[in-house]
Design a binder for this molecule. Structure first.
Ligand code: BGC
Length: 711
């Protein structure tokens, strides 16, 4: 097979090779066939022949379009090398499941894997070969709009989710996953998308890099570089990052692709004076595919002629692309699984809806409940569903081909679930981020007064979080706050259902809210899932994947911060004069309709030898009167080390289900691997000394036990 690819390579001209490592929007490939549109010429300064010759494409509408583009392409390609089709299938293709930040909150890796497997099944029928997912950028700043695309602030959780996603996407062998954005894109300064990332090597290695590596270890076929600079150098041209770390140290020999136009942006960054410089920096870094710019196509021939780049370097990049095409089977069948009819019948099928519904149920987080929920579905006669999102299917920004009309909003879902109840709707106020007035409020208040139960749907609309959607203030709009206050005054039996793609700051309003449900952007089946949760058909089990701050002034705020020498309050302590250090809701937090008691942990030994392990266990009892699931979380702190360590770090978790009064012993094995960090020696090592261990159902821990690691 290798010979076959090398023979193919030998037949190719330099221009054809460069085309293989260039990627264009699908819309331009149509343009190649049409004389009317001049987009690619203007945007990329490419001639039509050059555009249609590219090796891969992104963004198109499904099997029908894929087949027609592939046909056109093969008609024009002298080497008959099919295009690779890529797409952002981030939280579903047509059946949209909750945003990744919500999936993180499910703490349910098997479910997340199932979601991605389902998306993969849909997308391959739609002709997609590569999904630009998982996005595993660790985030500690909720101002950043792309929080919604990550699984949150914790390294361990992100690693578990990254692996589950890669397994799910690639399980069938019919599709490839592209982990992104390499590296540390989530640390954008001030939470502004695309902004600077400046980060020490040890913080990078301890917290930010492990999830990319986990995805790669799980077999991810591609890596996408990030837009940001990392310590001064844009990722696509960062030789240390891509060549030395990713390829030489981690051994990744598959495709690296740039982000959209990121080659040319190295010029805008002020890192490359010319597009020729962009091409040179990128190829020296071993970034293979250039997405949506044409530096390689236009500049590499000169760089080769000048002896600055060798054709061998280009051949290596092209071979990596050809290898993936071969592995997926494209070289034998250019259309692979694309099938319009099957795409239509599999997308949104009942099985897929059920997975999406379950994911929405398991990722919702109950943040507050003062005897409001669950509503009694047998007693409820009159139910008000109020708010700007009361009857919208909340899909989230990267909903791919998902459509609002594919699902139900909460109002329609509750109405369908309770045909004998009277269910009413009122908009209440405008949905805009800056809405201040609340025109239809009196209608909402009157409705709340005459109903038994009130469901108030507020938060952020689909496009308020996601790429480019940073916010400086994270509060609900004035209009929504007024709506909440007035409606709750009219009827205390109110639950606020919060839709959002990031943690919001709820401090001003939280005391007015009797019950609060975090629904995130729950996807196609979100309405049905919420109806099930609010009326007690299913119990809440989600836990926060990101800290909810009290104020934007606390940001960045995350549970696993480094220890300080002055952890105490007032005066001259690490504190705020005007607010507690603690967030409003910590990482790992979430309530249930039942309660759980966790015993003090017991440890199998006081000492552990390097290379050995020990066991720590608790008894978990369901002390309420309903069945429920909780996430039992293991946190560890390295008490004294060669470099200061975090106050605690999540190292393992188990999601368990218990019936009323049932109890279960939950044990975790503590291994040397769990104790490793990037030490003062510049290596991942576990250092001898004492450690504290806690087991809890949130990152708020108490009653730790200690052990010592010894030689
Ligand atoms: C985003 C990537 C995405 C790419 C292709 C970029 O703007 O940063 O995450 O995969 O577009 O759509």
């Amino acid at each position: 097979m290798i010979m076959k690819l090398e023979n193919l390579l030998a037949k190719m001209t330099l221009e054809q090779k460069l085309a293989q490592i260039s990627q264009c929007n699908a819309v331009y490939l149509h343009v190649g066939a049409s004389d009317d549109v001049t987009g690619p010429e203007q945007e990329l300064s490419l001639k039509k022949e050059e555009v249609v010759a590219v090796g891969s494409t992104l963004n198109y509408s499904g099997a029908k379009e894929m087949i027609s583009i592939q046909k056109e392409h093969l008609h024009n390609d002298p080497n008959q090398i099919p295009l690779l089709f890529m797409m952002d299938v981030i939280h579903g293709y047509r059946t949209v499941y909750p945003i990744p930040l919500a999936l993180g909150a499910s703490f349910d890796t098997a479910l997340v894997e199932e979601c991605c497997e389902m998306a993969s099944e849909e997308m391959v029928l739609g002709g997609v070969h590569v999904t630009f997912a998982p996005m595993v950028d660790l985030v500690r700043d909720p101002r950043w709009g792309r929080c919604m695309e990550t699984t949150g602030e914790d390294t361990y959780l992100n690693c578990e989710m990254a692996r589950a996603m890669v397994r799910g996407f690639q399980k069938s062998g019919k599709a490839a996953a592209c982990v992104k954005h390499f590296a540390a894109y989530g640390q954008a300064e001030a939470g502004r998308d695309y902004n600077t990332t400046d980060i020490s090597e040890r913080t990078l290695r301890d917290f930010y890099l492990p999830a990319y590596q986990a995805a790669i270890d799980e077999g991810a076929e591609m890596v996408m570089t990030s837009f940001n600079i990392l310590n001064g150098i844009p990722s696509s041209g960062n030789k240390w990052l891509v060549k030395e770390l990713l390829r030489d140290e981690w051994g990744f020999d598959k495709i690296v692709i740039s982000d959209y136009n990121a080659f040319r942006e190295m010029h805008i960054h002020g890192y490359c004076a010319t597009e020729k410089d962009c091409a040179e920096k990128a190829i020296q870094a071993t970034t293979d595919i250039e997405m949506m710019s044409a530096c390689y196509l236009q500049q590499i021939p000169t760089l080769i002629a000048e002896g600055k780049v060798s054709e061998k370097q280009i051949d290596e990049a092209v071979l990596r692309v050809l290898r993936l095409k071969e592995k997926l089977g494209l070289l034998d069948n250019p259309y692979l699984y694309a099938d319009e009819e099957q795409e239509m019948s599999v997308c949104l099928c009942e099985k897929h809806r059920e997975i999406a519904r379950r994911a929405a149920e398991k990722s919702a987080v109950l943040l507050k409940n003062e005897n409001v929920l669950p509503f009694d579905k047998n007693k409820a006669k009159r139910i008000a569903v109020i708010g700007p999102f009361a009857d919208k299917t909340m899909l989230g920004q990267w909903h791919c081909h998902g459509r609002e009309e594919d699902g139900l909003g909460v109002f329609s879902a509750v109405k369908r679930m309770l045909p004998n109840a009277e269910v009413f709707f009122a908009q209440g106020c405008d949905e805009k981020i800056n809405a201040t007035d609340c025109e239809p409020i009196s209608e909402a208040v009157e409705l709340a007064k005459k109903c038994d139960d009130v469901i108030l749907c507020v938060g952020e609309d689909t496009y308020m979080s996601g790429e480019g959607m940073s916010r400086a203030e994270l509060r609900l709009s004035k209009a929504q706050q007024t709506l909440i206050r007035e409606v709750v005054k009219a009827n205390q039996n109110t639950v606020v259902v919060l839709f959002c793609g990031r943690p919001l700051v709820l401090t001003d309003i939280i005391d007015d809210i009797p019950a609060l449900v975090l629904a995130w952007q729950p996807g196609t089946e979100g309405g049905n899932a919420l109806a099930n949760l609010l009326f007690g058909n299913v119990n809440f089990s989600g836990k926060l994947s990101m800290t909810f701050p009290r104020s934007e002034g606390q940001i960045p705020i995350y549970y696993n911060s480094y220890r300080t020498g002055r952890p105490f309050e007032a005066p001259y302590g690490s504190w705020y004069q005007d607010m507690p250090n603690a967030p409003l809701y910590p990482f790992g937090y979430g309530l249930s309709y039942t309660s759980f008691a966790i015993s003090k942990p017991e440890i199998s030994a006081d000492t552990m030898k390097i290379g050995e392990s020990l066991t720590v266990s608790v008894d978990v009892r369901n002390t309420g009167d309903r069945s429920g699931e909780t996430v039992v979380q293991l946190y560890i702190c390295d008490d004294y080390a060669s470099l200061v360590r975090p106050v605690k770090e999540l190292k393992a978790y188990q999601k368990i289900g218990l019936k009323p009064n049932e109890s279960k012993k939950v044990s975790f094995e503590i291994t040397e691997e769990m104790l490793k960090f990037w030490t003062a020696n510049g290596k991942f090592e576990a250092e001898i000394g004492s450690f504290t261990v806690w087991i809890s159902d949130s990152s708020n821990v108490k009653d730790g036990v200690k052990f010592s690691l010894i030689n």
